[in-house]
Design a protein around this ligand. Structure first.
Ligand code: UD1
Ligand code: CA
Length: 453
């Protein structure tokens, strides 16, 4: 198939009114990636060499930016008026005129399309079909275009509003996505008229035009979620759930244990090696990598972090962007780590905040230790060497360097550099006053008695 050239056109000009949003519909996210981003990734996965044209309308500049982050090949065409799907495709007329072997038309609001379906459609073109329509069989066909077949060939697609009662009974529906032979695509789409109940130029009309010209038009059956379109936030949440279910399955089949898969949420780019164990209720934001043997305990929130081999995270840990755990490091309950390297075997086990810092190998950070990295205006770095011990409830005021093998007494406020192997105490010395507790108690008792008189 690599020998056949391909142009993919993504339609993303819709108003998306039902999202009730200030933002273009296709920029709403599933697993941290805009809807249109999912479509671009599927297109790239099916054929990395394919040319890409994106038809934009509402929020054009933002859509362009979002797509540009994923593809440097994409060209953008603006559809200034929303006159229908055929009209939208023709916005990319210049690209269509380049005579690719295959033309794929996909929708920017149909994010769960899979590479396999795109390839299946193109394979049919390679075998001689002129148009391949991606059909599906929804539980409730209401609202979808119906696929009218005769002797295994598709002869028309009838929109719900234009369908006869008989046609409405057809359960094989148009998913909207289509592959066309590049030799005929521009000619067919240009011939579409808007003589229907909505007065729109329907892309679907190319089917009956092609049939009339004796071309070979077929429909293939693709899994329902491949073609579900997002129109409102309830459907967005349904698509998110489907995406998560797919990802959980992939992750488990690749060797990761999820104790309660339905409670673990991944981002579009989460990378997890085999033999990782993830306990219930863990959330992954974008840009997380997890190496083999790591255990992520319950109720942890992780984003922009690298979790090294055989580490332990949580329960109730928060790893923010730039957190990097080397092998066998531990970040325990109620700890937050941001923009910090935690060295091999180092421990940050209880109630700590480690931000803008480096913690050396095998160092122990006691309960409640805080790096004071921010003065209200600027951020500063804390560098802690290896094999150090920072006593509980110490405040490390950055910028600060603590050498290898240092011992910081608990409850210290450390503001100055601590040289290698030193003991640092940054708190008032303890004083014991013999017998004073008893005197104090008598005094307080007397005050209380005088009040109650
Ligand atoms: C379309 C199909 C219908 C199919 C359904 C599947 C047509 C005529 N109908 O209907 O057979 O069952 O998808 O979901 O194609 N768009 C533009 N510019 C326009 C019009 C649409 O960019 O002028 C984009 C939209 O943003 C959207 C896509 O094209 O991403 C589909 O348009 P939409 O109006 O949602 O078509 P449906 O009525 O759902
Ligand atoms: Ca739609």
């Amino acid at each position: 198939m690599a020998s056949r050239s391909c142009l993919t056109i993504i339609l993303a000009a819709g108003e998306g009114t039902r999202m009730k949003s200030s933002m273009s519909k296709v920029l709403h996210e599933i697993a941290g990636l805009p809807l249109v981003g999912h479509v671009v990734k599927a297109v790239q996965g099916a054929d990395d060499g394919a040319d890409l044209a994106v038809v934009v309308g509402r929020g054009a500049a933002d859509v362009q930016k979002a797509v540009g982050k994923i593809s440097d090949k994409a060209r953008f065409y603006e559809q200034t008026e929303r006159l229908g799907t055929a009209h939208a495709v023709l916005a990319a007329r210049e690209a269509l005129a380049e005579s690719h072997d295959d033309v794929l038309v996909v929708f920017g609001d149909t994010p769960l399309i899979e590479e396999t379906s795109l390839r299946a459609a193109r394979n049919k073109l390679a075998e001689g079909a002129d148009i391949v329509v991606m059909g599906f069989r929804p539980e409730n066909p209401t609202g979808y275009g119906r696929l009218v077949e005769e002797n295994g060939k598709l002869i028309a697609i009838v929109e719900e509003k234009d369908a006869t009662d008989e046609q409405r009974k057809i359960t094989f529906c148009n998913g909207g996505l289509m592959a066309l032979n590049g030799k005929h695509a521009l000619q067919l789409i240009s011939a579409v008229k808007n003589d229907n109940s909505k007065g729109e130029y329907y892309l679907t009309d190319v089917v009956k035009l092609a049939h009339a010209q004796g071309l070979n038009v077929i429909a293939i059956d693709v899994p329902v979620e491949n073609v579900i379109g997002i129109n409102n936030r309830a459907e967005l949440a349904e698509a998110e759930a489907l995406w998560q279910a797919r990802k959980r399955r992939d992750v488990m089949l690749s060797g990761v244990t999820l104790i309660a898969p339905e409670t673990v949420f991944f981002a579009h780019d989460t990378l997890i090696e085999a033999d990782v164990l993830i306990e219930p209720n863990v959330f992954f934001g974008p840009k997380v990598t997890v190496e083999c043997g790591a255990v992520i305990h319950a109720f942890s929130h992780v984003e922009g972090a690298h979790i090294g081999a055989n580490t332990s995270v949580g329960p109730f840990a928060r790893l923010r962007p730039g957190a990097k755990l080397a092998e066998k490091a531990k970040v325990g309950n109620f700890c937050e780590v941001k923009n910090a390297d935690i060295g091999a075997g180092a421990k940050v086990n209880h109630l700590s905040y480690i931000g803008d810092a480096t913690v050396g190998a095998e160092t122990n950070i006691g309960a409640g230790v805080i790096t004071c990295n921010y003065d209200g205006y600027n951020k500063f770095k804390t560098i802690i060497g290896s094999n150090a011990f920072v006593g509980s409830n110490s405040a490390l005021v950055a910028p600060l360097t603590i050498g290898n093998g240092v011992y910081v007494a608990s409850g210290s406020v450390i503001t100055d550099e601590v040289p290698e192997n030193a003991l640092a105490l940054g708190r008032a010395r303890q004083v014991n006053k013999e017998g004073r507790a008893e005197i104090l108690r008598e005094k307080y008792k007397a005050i209380k008695a005088s009040k109650n008189k």
